[in-house]
Every structure is written in structure tokens, then in C-alpha cells.
Design a protein around this ligand. Sequence first.
Ligand SMILES: [Zn+2]
Length: 102
Amino acid sequence: MRATKNLHVCGSCRRPFVVPDAIVSAPPGVDGLVAELRCTDCGWTHVGAYPTAAIEALDRALDLTEREMRTALEICELAEELERIDGFARALELELITPEDF
Ligand SMILES: [Zn+2]
């Protein structure tokens, strides 16, 4: 199975979870870099020679994914916080919490 053009996209499951396990210089006569790629989702691996630009693009894609995950986590935390506030407001409304509780 061949690696896809966008190295961060898995050649098997097509999900964007590919990370480089190893990157080494290509042997003489071969342009670019040799990379061992692994999909963190399905475990697919692939070793191939890629243009340096493709490896750099993979690096950028990983950075972007990390940022997206961090943002998603922040949104999750915010949603949880809002849910807590909502729960508190509801408890106040239903008078499950009264000033005597404090
Ligand atoms: Zn995969």
C-alpha cells in the first residue's frame, strides 16, 4: 500500500493520524528523506523516500493537529464549566441550594 500524497493522511484508513516514527537522510542518488510513517489510529506503517517539502508539510500538519486538539480540549473544558454553572443555576432555581447552605 502506498502512502498518500498528504503524508499526514493514513494510506489505509484515510484518517489524518500519521506520524513519522523515524526520518533519515535518503541514500546517495535518492532525493529527499526516508521516513517511517505510522498511523496512530489503525497502526498502518509505511517506509518511503519523500521530498523534503513533503516531510516539512507533514510537520506543519502535525503542528496544526496539535493546535486543533488543544482548542477542542479547551472547548470541552469550557462546555463542562458552563454545564456546572448551568447545574448550579438550576439547583438555585429549584431551591435545592439555599442561602443557608453557605
Ligand atoms: Zn490509519
